[in-house]
Design a protein around this ligand. Structure first.
Ligand code: NAD
Length: 501
């Protein structure tokens, strides 16, 4: 299953997870096939019916209890995340904290966001009371990635549960222990709802079984290539699909920007988590006047970073060892196409701890500018003006996040409004990901649909429109008994009104 890391032979029907830092085996996990996945979905359906029938306030209590259990076990959860991904303990703890923020928001806001809403009726429907209701979908399947193995899938799991659904979760085969621990803590904190959150483990075949299992929606997070395959499977049964995929996020730096703030944020956005962040910074467009000064500051800060296994490391190893070859190819191709390596270079990209790479003058069609690199590298290109920066930022197949650095906040917000990205931060990077009320998601190769915020709750519901007749109307148009003259009068009235308004 984890074919890139040496280790002991797994038992039949199981696979082994490994530490990306040491290559040591961590634990064995079952390879769940279609039968086990089917049982999990059936169990979730039964548990989900009771969960959906609970008053929203009860669901909120249960979810907040789970949140408190996660907070109490923060160190254990962070240790598991760190062991499976290799990220430093502090980064793993921050991932748990962000997850708690989101779970808290989803639990506390579901009732308000999803409550029945009255809507106005029209000319011929004044006798009706009209409202819309958000109903849970039933069972939501969640397929997760390995880079933020808790925070990312919880953007679907926490919100789907808060909206009244049951969940079957397949974590990445690189991080199965994190998923299993999450479900164990849920079962302990929410007794009496066994099967409501079930984890199935395995690789692509387990994910495919989940996509074929008859779930009511599949929320996928991963690469666009895999999203296409999973969506094709979902298409066979018209299973609704939500795709949170990769990014090639751009940062625009204007002439008046605070360059220290910009450089600091760019280096963190590009290098944190070894660059393995869907909305990480990969491209920077700096106007020519400040390009040289910005590059110097970026190189100085990136050059001071210390990746490694030590407790105070700035970032850890590549979680997926095969990614190192992709990073090396992107850097090598860029330099061959005329880019200048300001820090590191093709020769410095070595597993498992890839040292920071800063490039400049990278041709826009080079893979380092066009494809997701997913490593601790950043390209800082010069542009003539903000218009060129916006055009280049928007020219990507991806459209997930972006950032603008600009002294005047209002001008920054105006530039943000011209960007195609699903989320933009002004004078910071990734600010949007930490605000639970803000929806998160992209377009193009970054996927579609939204998690987080009110949209993220609604994403796991179906809307039911309801009308209730309050009294017999003077003109009942939905009856064969309506006289032709009445119908004609109604049409004349409507025509007269619509011509005027
Ligand atoms: P991946 O596409 O390789 O795998 C994602 C998940 O899909 C894993 O659980 C995997 O087992 C499963 N899978 C693989 N093949 C499958 C198939 N045929 N059918 C069903 N399931 C299948 O992605 P990854 O390497 O785990 O994660 C990295 C990617 O995720 C990057 O592109 C990153 O940008 C993206 N990502 C996006 C977000 C976001 O919210 N937009 C967040 C984190 C990561």
């Amino acid at each position: 299953m984890t074919d890139t890391t040496p280790g002991t032979e797994p038992r039949a029907g199981t696979f082994t997870s490994y530490s990306p830092a040491t290559g040591e085996p961590l634990a064995d996990h079952p390879v769940d096939g279609p039968e086990r996945v089917g049982r999990a979905v059936a169990g979730a359906r039964a548990a989900g019916a009771a969960w959906a029938a609970l008053p929203a306030a009860r669901r909120r209590e249960h979810l907040l209890r789970w949140k408190r259990a996660l907070a109490a076990e923060l160190d254990t959860v962070a240790r598991t995340v760190a062991a499976e991904t290799g990220k430093p303990a502090g980064d793993a703890a921050l991932e748990v904290v962000l997850t708690l923020e989101h779970l808290s928001w989803a639990a506390r806001n579901a009732e308000r966001v999803l409550r029945r809403r009255r809507v106005r009726t029209g000319l011929f429907t004044v006798h009706q009371r009209a409202s819309l209701v958000h109903r849970p979908l039933g069972v939501v399947g969640v397929i997760g990635p390995w880079n933020y193995p808790l925070y990312t899938p919880m953007g679907s799991i926490g919100y789907a549960l808060a909206a009244g659904n049951a969940v079957v979760f397949k974590p990445s085969e690189l991080t199965p222990g994190t998923g299993t621990l999450l479900a164990r803590l849920f079962d302990a904190a929410v007794p009496g709802h066994a099967g409501l959150l079930t984890v199935v483990t395995g690789a692509a075949a387990t994910g495919e079984a989940l996509a074929r299992s008859g779930v009511d929606k599949l929320a996928f997070t991963g690469s666009p290539g895999t999203a296409r395959k999973v969506m094709a499977v979902c298409a066979e049964s018209l299973t609704p699909f939500l795709a949170e995929c990769g990014g090639k996020d751009a940062v625009i730096v204007t002439a008046d920007a605070d360059l220290d703030t910009a450089a600091d944020a760019i280096v963190w956005g590009a290098m944190a988590n070894a660059g393995q962040t869907c909305a990480g910074v990969e491209r920077v467009y700096a106007v020519r006047e400040i390009h040289g000064a910005l590059c110097e500051k970026v190189v100085e800060r990136a050059g001071a970073l210390r990746p490694g296994a030590q407790p105070d490391a700035d970032y850890g190893p590549m979680t997926l060892p095969a990614q190192t070859a992709v990073i090396e190819r992107h850097v090598r191709d860029a330099v061959a196409a005329g880019a200048r390596a300001l820090l590191g270079g093709p020769g410095s990209v070595r597993a498992p701890y890839v040292a920071p790479v800063v490039l400049t003058g990278v041709p826009e069609d080079a893979p380092a500018m066009a494809e997701e690199t997913f490593g601790p590298t950043v390209a800082v290109n010069a542009v003539a003006d903000v218009d060129e920066a916006v055009a280049r930022a928007n020219a990507s197949r991806y459209a997930l996040g972006a950032a603008v650095f600009c002294r005047d906040r209002r001008t920054g917000a105006a530039i943000a409004a011209r960007l195609r990205a699903g989320a933009v931060s002004v004078n910071s990077v990734l600010g949007f990901a930490a605000v639970p009320a803000l929806p998160f998601g992209g377009s193009g190769d970054s996927g579609f649909g939204r998690i987080h915020g009110a949209e993220g709750l609604r994403a796991f519901t179906g809307v039911q429109s309801v009308t209730v007749r309050r009294f017999a109307p003077p003109v009942e148009l939905t009856s064969f008994g309506v006289p032709a003259a009445t119908r004609e009068r109604a049409v004349r009235l409507a025509r007269a009104l619509h011509r005027r308004r």
